[in-house]
Write a protein that binds this ligand. Structure first.
Ligand code: SF4
Length: 543
């Protein structure tokens, strides 16, 4: 029988889904509660505790950090502290960061964990008649006599916890206060999953993690060198006249290198060691790819993705994403166009057609028709500001006009962000549901970003042109096409990041959320849809 850590049974009693997410899904993140837990444990976490011989007549003794295992019980675990009494009996004491239940009672999860520790000690021949927890928040020890009911409860919980490793993810808790403090709430999405599986009456609380202080860092310009010293990135421009910049790694959420930036292996090691992904782009903004420290260990998600590839479910995903995109394109035109056009009516019709397309081929046709009309109207909008921004249709590699150069850079940034969101949830960004597989193309990232192209990129392009933050002469001609000058590239990247940080009301869950988190949630929901946990992929359509 495989040994289960006693701590996992505690997690199971707290929430079966949490145990599944951590140990089957392979997701673990720290939050302020887990970090505080590590902190209060630091004194009892010194390894090497020893157990006295059973019934040894001795002075009262204690030992810390005692590891015990028992094959018959099928458990293993570390006991923070063993306290012995003058009569030769002893008992386990576990350190907890919070407060006891109702001032003097153990929480069920703590009780089960302590009883299993007591059974481990008994298996070593110790006389154990009670258990105790030290609750750090109130600095009080709660001691409870061991009863046969408590032992039955703990053994039942152990048997049930074992089953979790063999099953599909258990459903989230419903409207539970536990979820608010749970470190995996942003991965579990308890209220969102319940709303999509149980019905619309589910109350949705925003349990998403707050924004951290770190931000994406972009290094633009050939010849710039990026090194590291004492947890600080040192950015040295090629031009010796320009200042050297220093940025603490703690302030960086991701590092993006555009063009021929020199970058050391040591810097890459530092970044990956701190879970900072590094992404690489050409000078023109074409996205090469990213280096991540690890991929999600949730292989089950990838198996579902491969199983559904090119099957009926992938058509449903494609219908949803393309109809959402057509809808959101229409909203952008409706909000910004000044001229009357029949495009809005046509886009509405094409959205409906896309919703019920019977093949990806016909979906491609509806999408193409919608794109032609949309870009024509979009071109009119930017040309109204300055006719030098007029587009020659949507073109790329290389873009032939300033507006297309801005759009291409924006889509490259969005591809990078969608790739990161998909990898975080364990999906393979290179196997699309709508976009066909093509060597080196992150097809699923291109799928995921479809509804967000107009909302994030096109609207950013429109804004920088309307506000005249970027002028038509901010591009240089390069043979067949045009390229943004450094200043324009930096200005646009700043505008893109501001857009990603914009808080909007989520159209389905109705809480405030920024676009970066929206992508993370949408990627998570896509994985849940592919594994069958939720019945539909929720639309993302703005009003
Ligand atoms: S968020 Fe709630 S349901 Fe989800 S794992 Fe945590 S405690 Fe369980």
């Amino acid at each position: 029988m495989e040994l289960i850590p006693v701590r996992n049974v505690n997690t199971f009693v707290f929430c079966p889904r949490l145990l599944w997410l951590e140990h089957v899904g392979g997701d673990f993140v720290d939050n302020e509660h887990t970090l505080e837990g590590h902190f209060v444990h630091r004194r009892v976490d010194k390894p090497g505790g020893k157990l006295n011989a059973p019934n040894e007549e001795d002075e009262p003794w204690h030992t810390r950090s005692l590891w015990l295992s028992d094959d018959d019980l099928g458990i293993t675990g570390k006991i923070d502290l063993v306290d012995a009494e003058e009569d030769g009996s002893c008992f386990p004491v576990d350190t907890k960061k919070g407060s006891p239940k109702d001032k003097s009672e153990l929480w069920p999860a703590d009780r089960v964990q302590l009883v299993l520790q007591a059974l481990l000690m008994r298996a070593q021949g110790m006389r154990v008649e009670k258990v105790a927890a030290y609750y750090n928040a109130v600095r009080r020890r709660v001691v409870v006599e061991l009863t046969t009911e408590m032992i039955s409860e703990a053994l039942d919980a152990l048997a049930d916890a074992r089953k979790v490793f063999e099953m599909e993810p258990p459903p989230p808790l419903e409207d539970s206060p536990q979820c608010r403090g749970c470190s995996l709430n942003q991965i579990c999405l308890p209220d969102e999953v319940n709303a999509l599986t149980l019905g619309e009456d589910t109350k949705i609380k925003r349990v998403l993690a707050p924004q951290t202080d770190s931000l994406p860092l972009y290094v633009v310009g050939g010849g710039t060198r990026v090194g590291v010293s004492k947890n600080t990135l040192i950015i040295t421009p090629r031009d010796a006249e320009e200042d050297i910049r220093k940025v603490g790694l703690d302030m960086v959420s991701e590092l993006n290198l555009l063009g021929g930036v020199q970058f050391t292996t040591q810097t890459l090691q530092y970044c990956l060691g701190r879970d900072i992904p590094v992404s690489f782009f050409t000078t023109g903004g074409w996205y090469y790819g990213s280096t991540f420290s690890t991929m999600s260990r949730n292989v089950g998600v990838r198996i579902s993705q491969y199983e559904h590839h090119d099957k009926e479910l992938s058509l449903r995903v494609a219908q949803q994403l393309i109809s959402d995109k057509v809808h959101n394109c229409r909203v952008l035109l409706r909000r910004n166009a000044t001229n009357e056009s029949d495009t809005l009516k046509r886009l509405k019709m094409l959205r409906r057609e896309a919703e019920k397309a019977d093949s990806k081929g016909s979906l491609l046709g509806y999408e193409g028709d919608a794109a032609r009309r949309y870009w024509s109207d979009f071109s009119d909008m930017v040309a109204e500001v300055d006719d030098a921004f007029e587009m020659k249709g949507r073109n790329r590699r290389p873009p032939k006009d300033a507006t297309n150069a801005l759009l291409s850079l924006g889509y490259a940034l969005l591809t990078k962000d969608c790739t990161r969101a998909l990898l975080n949830v364990g999906l393979d960004p290179y196997l699309g549901m709508y976009h066909t597989t093509h060597h080196g193309r992150p097809s699923l990232s291109l799928d995921l970003m479809e509804p967000f192209r107009p909302l994030i990129v096109d609207s950013t392009v429109l804004q920088v042109i309307k506000r005249r933050e970027i002028q038509a002469d901010d591009v240089v001609r390069t043979g067949q096409g045009v390229m943004l000058k450094d200043r324009a590239r930096k200005t646009f990247i700043g505008a893109y990041e501001r857009r990603m940080a914009d808080a909007i009301t989520h159209p389905v869950f109705e809480y405030r959320i920024d676009y970066r988190r929206v992508l993370a949630v949408q990627a998570r929901l896509l994985s849940r849809f592919l594994t069958g946990e939720i019945p539909t992929l929720p639309a993302f359509r703005t009003r």
